[in-house]
Design a protein around this ligand. Structure first.
Ligand SMILES: Nc1ncnc2[nH]cnc12
Ligand SMILES: [Zn+2]
Length: 335
């Protein structure tokens, strides 16, 4: 059990979130409200029936429901409302800065225009007291040509996102499938990240680094299967955006006591804690911290390190980053 001090510290410490899919923040109540507002018929009769379907066996079983949930998003105000709801939750968890993933292809393939998606999400970010930037993710189960067309469609809104990522079904869709589009994004000065080593093997982490030139690895927890890779990630201070509750819900680890977050930290890796798809996986940032610290032998020094890592790994100007790091240290000096 967590003592009261540690619980309070986890809740109140300043933190950044670096791995959140905005479509994964759609709570069942909002899915039903938007379905009604937009006249969309859902294959579930009630909020309870939808929630009961959240019993996942692997990544794909989750993605099928996640894409169905996103089908209620049609208008700019829907994207605004979804994002504003997430940002209120983040603010309540003392998230000071968040880098939000969005999946345009999930929506453009249903006929929703790119400007509707980006403007709705971006406007909610501007209206929030939480610092928020956007990362456009390509769906890796689709073709690279589709990713390239998506990038072209998003370029008129280039100033509204800071980077690109790679998500969706990992196994069978290795990073190198997207070498050309990532090279183009790099030339455009976009930040680069990719999901790798969630369900996929360490080889996918190598190609995310060496072929795509990513600056962070999303998940990456399977790196520990390869000692040379683990040592390299530590040496290069390549951050991993770890999502503990997600890993349990998608059966990457069978229970939290078996999660490898502490081993990653002990190996010298810049691991961070994040929520991934909080509406589907049982919690937002503080729920992830509390569940992990309850299950693993982690203490105050780990909390400080994780809070520092979250800002150190953020795509922020150096001065702003230092300000947040100083804020973390000032917070822990008073604990
Ligand atoms: N955990 C995850 N892995 C891959 N793609 C995703 N899309 C949303 N959540 C994801
Ligand atoms: Zn993810």
């Amino acid at each position: 059990m967590l003592n009261d001090t540690l619980r309070r510290v986890l809740q109140q410490m300043p933190k950044a979130e670096l791995h959140i899919h905005i479509e994964g923040s759609l709570e069942p109540e909002l899915i039903f409200a938007l379905a009604e507002r937009n006249g969309v018929k859902l294959p579930y009769g009630s909020v309870e029936a939808l929630r009961a379907a959240y019993a996942f066996t692997d990544l794909q079983s989750f993605l099928d429901i996640y894409y169905a949930g996103a089908s209620v998003l049609l208008h700019e105000q829907d994207f605004y409302d979804m994002t504003a709801a997430y940002l209120r939750r983040a603010e309540a968890d003392n998230v000071r800065h968040t880098e939000i993933f969005f999946d345009p292809q999930t929506h453009t393939h249903r006929g929703v225009p790119m400007d509707v998606i980006i403007n709705g999400i971006h406007r909610a970010c501007q209206d929030s007291p939480v610092s928020a930037t956007l990362i456009l993710c390509f769906l890796r189960h689709l073709s690279e040509d589709d990713a390239i067309a998506t990038l072209e469609a998003a370029l008129p809104y280039r100033d509204q996102f800071i980077g690109v990522g790679l998500d969706s079904s990992e196994v069978g869709n290795p990073p190198e499938k997207f070498a050309r589009v990532f090279a183009r994004c790099r030339a455009l000065g976009l930040h680069l990240v990719a999901h790798a080593g969630e369900e996929g093997p360490p080889a996918y982490i190598y190609t995310a680094l060496d072929t795509l030139n990513v600056e962070r690895i999303d998940h990456g927890v399977r790196c520990l299967e390869d000692p040379a890779l683990t040592a390299r990630l530590a040496k290069e201070q390549m951050a991993l955006t770890v999502c503990p509750l997600s890993n349990i819900k998608l059966c990457v680890f069978d229970r939290m006591e078996r999660h490898n977050l502490l081993e990653l930290l002990d190996a010298g890796i810049v691991a961070t804690v994040n929520s991934d798809d909080p509406a589907y996986f049982g919690g937002y940032m503080n729920d992830n911290f509390i569940a992990t610290f309850e299950a693993l032998p982690l203490g105050l020094s780990h909390a400080q390190r994780l809070a520092r890592n979250s800002f150190a790994a953020a795509f922020l100007p150096a001065a702003q980053k230092q300000q947040y790091l100083d804020e973390v240290d000032a917070f822990f000096a008073k604990v």
